[in-house]
Design a protein around this ligand. Structure first.
Ligand code: ADP
Ligand code: MG
Length: 390
């Protein structure tokens, strides 16, 4: 069962209505920012690698109105509203979700912007904690709203880095640059190739209507993810130190093999993932540019295996979902499938023929539910526009 994506205009209307019913005011500005899904290049944004995400047709929208005070009153669906004092330095605080916003406010303060008081309401169609980066969507949407409130436009890269800094310093998640870059740089019908060494994005067209990207949220998230992400980063740092290079970009598989004994099995496998995933991503970009989709499936399958066996960030449910797509196979319209995002639960991404996507989703939904007892969420998307004022 393929769930349809709620139109951005509809979501914006919801945000405005919520602002009115919760704070009794009509909105004067609204911002939107999308979640993202990564096609290939996983866990290598923090290793100077290449990643190939796209912004998805799932958004966070914030509607707001200045309130003639020095306080931000912010509501969000299903959460108690918060109040943030805009006249003072921001600190980490409760509730947890407020920290994504506190960090962005602090970022603007450090750029010497005085933010006027405002009321705001947040609505979203990005599933939370599903590996689709609702956190980056929230930061980037809020940063875009603040741009509107202080009447400025930051360079896109600067805005993305400000949002990432908020996630690092306030949400205490040491993420790479992929999520915030995808949420801010997204363009309709374009994949975003990010060179995480130079920090430069390059657009790769994805406009063939006969191809669709399907996301399958397993609806599981394992507690491991907390320490797991940091531990993987540490492993890759240790691997690079043993190899004795400045950047993973300059490391060959021969150099990894040369240090195999010194590294021990775990660091060796982590290192092998980084080097082979960088290669796979470069090859996938070439394939997309040439329209040669026969190779994409092999590359996505290789990426999944490497994440499962070498990087150990998959889980049974992700493996099952990818296996179900593989079972349907090329004849059934599946060109490739893999886990996407940080792992330990979350979502898979499947490249499908558009004509078959409904049928593929129905089968995967039914079989996944039958085997796990968990209802998954499946939706199709095309590359969407990044953060913008509405
Ligand atoms: P992911 O980014 O993969 O969705 P994270 O755990 O990084 O998962 O981020 C999810 C967190 O982001 C939520 O627990 C919440 O704190 C915050 N968040 C995301 N979307 C919203 C929203 N619409 N309203 C309030 N907080 C949100
Ligand atoms: Mg996140």
């Amino acid at each position: 069962m393929l769930e349809s994506n709620i139109a951005l205009s509809e979501l914006a209307m919801q945000a405005r209505e919520e602002l009115r019913s919760n704070f009794g005011v009509a909105s004067t500005l609204a911002a939107a920012a999308p979640g993202r899904v990564n096609l290939i290049g996983e866990h290598i944004d923090y290793c100077d690698g290449f990643v190939l995400p796209l912004a998805i047709e799932r958004y966070i929208v914030i509607a707001a109105r200045p309130n003639d005070s020095t306080v931000a009153r912010i509501g969000a669906t299903g959460l108690n509203p918060i109040e943030l004092d805009l006249s003072d330095r921001q600190e980490i605080g409760e509730p947890k979700w407020s920290n994504y916003l506190r960090g962005v406010i602090q970022g603007f303060m450090e750029l010497n912007y005085a933010i006027p008081g405002f009321d705001a309401f947040i609505v979203s169609s990005v599933p939370l904690g599903a590996g689709l980066s609702s956190s980056a969507a929230l930061e980037c949407c809020f940063a875009t709203l603040l741009e509107g409130l202080v009447d400025t436009v930051l360079p896109t890269q600067e805005k993305a880095l400000l949002a990432q800094k908020s996630e690092h310093d306030f949400a205490c998640v040491p993420c790479g640059i992929m999520d915030q870059f995808a949420s801010t740089f997204g363009v309709k019908d374009q994949l975003i190739l990010i060179d995480c060494h130079s920090g430069e994005p390059e657009m790769v067209p994805f406009s063939d209507p006969s191809l669709s990207i399907m996301v399958a949220n397993t609806n599981v998230s394992h507690d491991l993810s907390d320490g797991g992400y940091g531990a993987r980063r540490k492993d890759t740092e240790d691997g690079l130190t043993l190899i004795g290079k400045e950047s993973w970009r300059d490391v060959t598989m021969n150099e990894v093999y040369a240090e195999r004994e010194e590294m021990g099995d775990r660091i060796f496998r982590r290192s092998r993932h980084v080097v082979t995933e960088i290669t796979r991503t470069i090859e996938a970009v070439e394939a997309f540019k040439k329209g040669d989709f026969s190779n994409i499936g092999t590359l996505m399958a290789g990426s999944h295996r490497s994440l499962r066996d070498d990087f150990e960030v998959s889980c049974d449910e992700l493996d099952l979902m990818v296996g179900l797509a593989k079972e349907i196979g090329f004849e059934g319209g599946v060109l490739g499938a893999r886990m996407t995002g940080g792992g330990f639960g979350g979502s898979t991404v499947t490249l499908c023929r558009t004509a078959d996507v409904e049928k593929i989703a129905a089968q995967m939904h039914q079989r996944y539910q039958a085997q796990t007892g968990i209802t998954p969420l499946l939706f199709a998307t095309r590359p969407a526009a990044g953060a913008h004022l509405l």
